[in-house]
Design a protein around this ligand. Structure first.
Ligand SMILES: [Zn+2]
Length: 200
């Protein structure tokens, strides 16, 4: 794994000259599939009234190459990112957290009776959850962040490499929803190093 060495530079005057430049996000941004954390390095692949940002590569840990677009005037766009110039790379380690780390074990608990009581509870995916162009693998620690009826929304923990937080919606009856998730004890919520969990 390598870490970027960079310096912040002034943005080119004209928005059309932003194309192909490297930026670092200044705040969290989200679309329907994930949250991109502050400090993510991305490239400008479209510049005009709408600026498109894309990750340079697929993340080796979560398999996401983030994309997002920002609409608004120049000042508004510059609230979301700053321009950087890459000056070098530092070798950190060859480990890919998440992808290679050991699978932790967990014990599922009974889900709260009312779906309205599910919000904020920690859960683990029991099987793959697909959301357009992303997949949340089985064994991913997540939290229910919204929804009390037909649809509940889940959000995964931050990817340890790129900081992406995948999200998805789970629809259907209570039983259909529970085919995708296991509830776990609060004590497991922060007691993990790895991204993957295995039921025992
Ligand atoms: Zn990632």
């Amino acid at each position: 794994m390598k870490d970027l060495i960079y310096k912040t530079i002034n943005p080119p005057n004209l928005v059309k000259d932003w194309l192909g430049k490297t930026i670092k996000t200044k705040r969290e941004m989200s679309n329907g599939c994930y949250i991109i954390s502050e400090g993510t390095i991305m490239l400008i692949d479209n510049s005009g009234p709408v600026v498109g940002l894309t990750g340079a590569d697929k993340c080796p840990s979560c398999d996401v190459k983030p994309i997002i677009s920002i609409k608004g005037d120049k000042e508004y766009k510059l609230m979301f990112f700053e321009f950087i110039e890459i000056t070098g790379w530092a070798n950190v380690s060859d480990d890919i957290p998440g992808a290679n780390s050991e699978i932790k074990e967990y014990k599922p608990i009974n889900p709260p009776k009312l779906i309205s009581d599910w919000v904020n509870k920690p859960v683990i995916s029991k099987k793959e959850i697909k959301n357009y162009f992303i997949t949340i693998p089985a064994g991913t620690l997540m939290q229910i962040y919204a929804g009390a009826g037909k649809t509940v929304s889940v959000i995964a923990e931050k990817c340890p490499i790129c900081g992406i937080q995948k999200r998805a919606e789970i629809k259907g009856t209570r039983e259909e929803k529970l085919a995708y998730i296991d509830f776990i004890n609060k004590e497991y919520e922060k007691k993990y190093e790895s991204y993957k969990f295995k039921k025992y």
